[in-house]
Design a binder for this molecule. Structure first.
Ligand code: PLP
Length: 412
């Protein structure tokens, strides 16, 4: 079995003692299970079966170089949302052709570099962006393979901040504008229309919206082909959720089967861009308790040395992460708010949690933090970026803790 064991002390990740890691590296520290990431990639890839497909790992979920390399070695391609992610993907060993470039606000500099590099596909978000890509391709004397991101007006039924498929959202091109835009692309000498793209949001917990969005773009692609607009690929984005609180979510297998059922009849290659579902469960944020104080008669405030600077999701979306405390002689549970050290009341990792009361110095683990954890970390309060450790056979620091010199290196 790969992954973490938090049921009893001592805690482990793939058999490695987490105590050994924090003794050497300190806290807060992200720890990742390489075996679990690989197992999840394998599960998705094999469930997609023999239908032509490619799994483009969405670097936005976690772009720590060693993890990106691991995902590449596991057979993924890359989905990059900004030039920084393209650069990380290249340094991780991906060829430009293995990268899809997504993102709602690509700058001219980013587009120029993407066209010059010859990235696999640029997933364009508007007619204006396509005009800019076309002009860039002419100027550089290059061809550019593009996809059009369809806004299918489908509700992902996720948190509103991470739902992207509704007409009111800023993403993609309205359904009714796709046809004329594809015709326009077909007339461009330097543009190759390769795919339709759709991504309706993240942390999607039911397959129905996924089916609706994939079904809508599949039907549209078939209709476009009948009109002589040839495409070879459907890129259905990412978005599969994970279970943060133990409630059921579709498995990678069920998700893959649902997509293949829809896309197979079109004969088009299927591209998926998963992030969270590959790396989310494979990470834990380890922290230490730095203070414990009563709040009223019946609850406690447990202050950790990690907070919104290391893990923004709870403060940003009210996201839930299970939190466990390594308390050897576990007394009866009490109600705790587990908070971070940052000067914001939103800096709460978990409110109203029932835990045996930890003492100062006790180790805490915030679970399922492999995605949108370190990638969203910040230097607010001049807090250094946390260390990151990859367990893969043995363990190693894959990102050392930032120092104040690192932070100030860009300042005059
Ligand atoms: C275009 C696109 N593709 C893929 C993803 C990855 O999503 P997730 O991590 O939910 O799989 C995102 C994230 O929202 C995205 O915007």
């Amino acid at each position: 079995m790969s992954g973490f064991q938090f049921e009893q002390s001592p805690w482990t990740c793939d058999g490695v003692l987490l105590d050994d890691i924090v003794r050497e590296v300190g806290t807060p520290t992200y720890v990742y299970s390489g075996a679990l990431v690989r197992a999840r990639v394998r599960a998705l890839d094999s469930a997609l079966g023999d239908h032509p497909h490619a799994v483009h790992y969405a670097l936005k979920a976690n772009s720590t170089l060693a993890l990106v390399r691991l995902l590449r070695d596991a057979g993924c391609r890359a989905d990059a949302n900004a030039m920084g992610e393209i650069d990380v993907a290249l340094r991780a060993g991906f060829s430009p052709a293995e990268i899809v470039f997504t993102g709602v606000g690509k700058t001219s500099d980013e587009l120029e570099r993407a066209v010059a590099l010859g990235v696999g596909t640029i997933n364009a978000e508007s007619a204006g962006e396509l005009r800019r890509i076309d002009a860039m391709a002419h100027r550089l004397g290059r061809r550019a393979r593009v996809a059009v991101r369809v806004n299918p007006d489908v509700d992902a039924r996720s948190h509103p901040h991470i739902s992207t498929g509704l007409r009111a959202n800023k993403f993609g091109v309205a359904f009714e504008d796709i046809r004329p835009l594809c015709r326009w692309i077909m007339e461009r000498e330097r543009l190759d229309l390769g795919a339709l793209h759709v991504h309706i949001g993240s942390q999607i917990a039911t397959l129905e919206p996924v089916r609706r969005a994939a079904g809508a773009v599949s039907d549209l692609a078939v209709a476009l082909r009948a009109e002589g607009i040839g495409l070879d690929t459907l890129d259905v984005g990412g978005g599969l959720g994970i279970s943060y609180d133990g409630s059921p979510v579709p498995t990678l297998e069920a998700y893959a089967h649902a997509l293949v059922d829809i896309v197979k009849p079109t004969g088009l290659t299927l591209v998926v861009e998963p992030g969270r579902s590959l790396v989310g469960p494979a990470g834990a944020l380890l922290a230490r308790v730095v203070d414990v104080k009563p709040r009223g008669h019946d609850r406690w405030c447990v202050v950790a040395d990690a907070g919104m600077t290391e893990l923004l999701r709870p403060a940003l979306y009210g996201a839930f992460h299970r939190i466990v405390a390594d308390v050897p002689d576990a007394g009866s549970p009490v109600v705790c708010d587990i908070v971070g050290p940052v000067c914001e009341s939103s800096d709460t990792l978990g409110a109203d949690r029932r835990l045996p009361l930890p003492e100062v110095g006790a180790l805490l683990a915030v679970l399922d933090t492999g995605a949108y954890g370190s990638a969203m970390a910040s230097n607010y309060n001049r807090r250094p970026m946390p260390a990151e450790v990859l367990v893969d056979g043995n363990w190693r620091v894959v990102r050392r803790r930032q120092t104040v010199d690192d932070m100030l290196a860009c300042e005059a």
